[in-house]
Design a protein around this ligand. Structure first.
Ligand code: COA
Length: 180
C-alpha cells in the first residue's frame, strides 16, 4: 500500500525501517497512551517489526520529504463487532511530531483507502478515555461516538482503563464526502 497526502506518506513496512521503528517505539510518551510498553531494545523492535510485516495490518507513517518512519497506523481485520465487513484502526506517532496535523491527515487517507479499495462496511476506532489527543483526531476525522466500555482492559503496567469507541459506516463516509 502507498498513500500520499499533503504532508504524509503511508506505506508498507520493511526491514529497512528498523532503526526508525525502534526510535519511535521506545519513546516513553507513545506506547503507554496506546496501551503498549515502550520497546526496550533493538532486538525486541526487530521481532515486533517482523510480526507487523508478516501481518500486513500495520503500515509506516512517514513525512513526504524523507520517507522515514515516524509512526504507524494499523488496519485490523477484526474489531469489537461480530461482523465480517469491519476494520479497526490503531495509530501512534513519535512525540517529536505531535500537534502538526499529521495523524489527522494519516487517518483520513486510510479511511479513503478502506472505503475505496476494500469490502469494509464499517470502521471502528477507540481510545483510552483519558487520551484527549486521540479523541480529537477521531472526532476531526468524522467518526460517530458509540460509547464507553468501562474497565475495558488491564494494561501491562497494571492500570485498568476505560475506553471510548467510535465508528464510521460506508454510508456515513459517503455523506461526509458529499459535503466536503
Ligand atoms: C494522539 C496522537 C495520535 C495525535 O496525533 P497528532 O498528529 O499530534 O494529532 P493532530 O496534530 O492531527 O491533532 C489533531 C487534533 O488533536 C488535538 N490534540 C493533539 N494532541 C492533543 C492532546 N494531547 N490533548 C488535546 N488535544 C490534542 C490537536 O490540537 C488537534 O485539534 P485542533 O485541530 O482542534 O487543534 C499522538 O499524540 C500520539 O501518537 N500519541 C501517543 C499514542 C496514542 O495515543 N495513540 C492513539 C491510541 S488510540
Amino acid at each position: 500500500m502507498k498513500l500520499a497526502g499533503e504532508k504524509v506518506l503511508i506505506r508498507d513496512l520493511s526491514f529497512k525501517d528498523l532503526d526508525d521503528y525502534y526510535e519511535y517505539s521506545k519513546d516513553p510518551n507513545v506506547g503507554p497512551n496506546a496501551g503498549w510498553k515502550p520497546v526496550p531494545d533493538l532486538e525486541t523492535a526487530s521481532r515486533l517489526l517482523s510480526g507487523h510485516i508478516i501481518s500486513k495490518e500495520v503500515f509506516a507513517i512517514c513525512l513526504r520529504e524523507d520517507n522515514r518512519l515516524i509512526g504507524t497506523i494499523s488496519i485490523y481485520h477484526q474489531g469489537l463487532r461480530k461482523y465480517k465487513y469491519v476494520r479497526q484502526l490503531g495509530f501512534s506517532l513519535s512525540s517529536k511530531y505531535w500537534g502538526m496535523g499529521i495523524m489527522t491527515e494519516a487517518v483520513k487517507l486510510v479511511i479513503d483507502y478502506i472505503f475505496k479499495h476494500t469490502d469494509c462496511e464499517v470502521i471502528e476506532v477507540g481510545h483510552h478515555s483519558d487520551n484527549f489527543g486521540s479523541k480529537r483526531v477521531i472526532e476531526k476525522c468524522g467518526f460517530n461516538y458509540d460509547g464507553r466500555l468501562c474497565m475495558f482492559k488491564k494494561l501491562y503496567d497494571g492500570r485498568v482503563i476505560d475506553a471510548d469507541f467510535y465508528s464510521m459506516t460506508r454510508e456515513d463516509y459517503e455523506r461526509i464526502k458529499r459535503y466536503e
